[in-house]
Design a protein around this ligand. Structure first.
Ligand code: FMN
Length: 197
């Protein structure tokens, strides 16, 4: 049976560098026989987490239930059912975009954090799927890796759903031109990551 890959895209620019990298990874995964769905957060109605923590109170591996009613649960059902994930967001103000952060905060349903406990614990401890993490920044790639929290945030999100990081791409120097394209090296890396899934 074909592997199911779900990509979550948190860029404000359709066709921007982040979207290009996701599309390349998705195309390579499809060519290798996988079914790929790309979820663009721009198209989704996702409310802000209210920090009520109702979803974190009951123990167990199953994700908690959020009291908010929007498109989030449907997206998480897809992530849960997937064999592999692509999580992608550009760097804004040293971390993922607010669009992505709003989505990530709602992933607290994957944590057990009853009142009285100092810190949350991930419900899923054994990863059962792979994740590829993609980000882009004005900073060169290495500097972006060292000085931004984007990959760390995406990695925690991956771990929350029970996915182990299989590879990362940070497309650096991504904002020189209004319309910019991935370098050939970045394109090849994105495709290699897609095949990996
Ligand atoms: C509001 C804003 C904040 C940004 N903050 C950072 C930053 O802190 N560090 C950085 O390297 N690039 C920063 N950038 C540049 C973006 O990361 C870059 O334009 C991004 O890779 C574009 O991705 P996209 O083509 O998918 O839109 C910022 C851009 C904007 C508009």
């Amino acid at each position: 049976m074909a592997k199911k890959i779900v990509a979550v895209m948190g860029s404000y620019r359709r066709g921007g560098i982040t979207a290009q990298a996701v599309n390349e990874a998705a195309a390579a995964a499809r060519e290798a026989g996988a079914e790929v769905e790309i979820i663009d957060l721009l198209d989704k109605r996702i409310e802000f987490c209210t920090n009520c923590r109702a979803c974190t109170q009951a123990p167990g591996e199953k994700r908690g239930e959020c009291v908010l009613s929007d498109e989030m649960a449907g997206i998480l059902d897809k992530l849960d059912a997937a064999d592999g994930l692509i999580l992608a967001a550009p760097v804004n103000y040293f971390n993922v975009t607010a669009l992505t952060r709003r989505f990530l905060e709602r992933m607290i349903v994957y944590d057990y954090w009853p009142w009285g406990a100092l810190a949350p614990k991930l419900r899923i401890n054994k990863p059962s799927k792979k994740a590829v993490l993609i980000t882009s920044s004005a900073m060169p790639s290495l500097i972006g890796r060292l000085f931004t929290g984007a990959l760390r945030a995406l990695n925690y999100a991956a771990a929350s759903v029970g996915a182990k990081k299989a590879g990362t791409l940070l497309a650096g120097i991504a904002s020189l031109h209004e319309k910019q394209y991935l370098t050939e090296k970045e394109r090849r890396k994105a495709r290699a990551l897609g095949r990996l899934l």
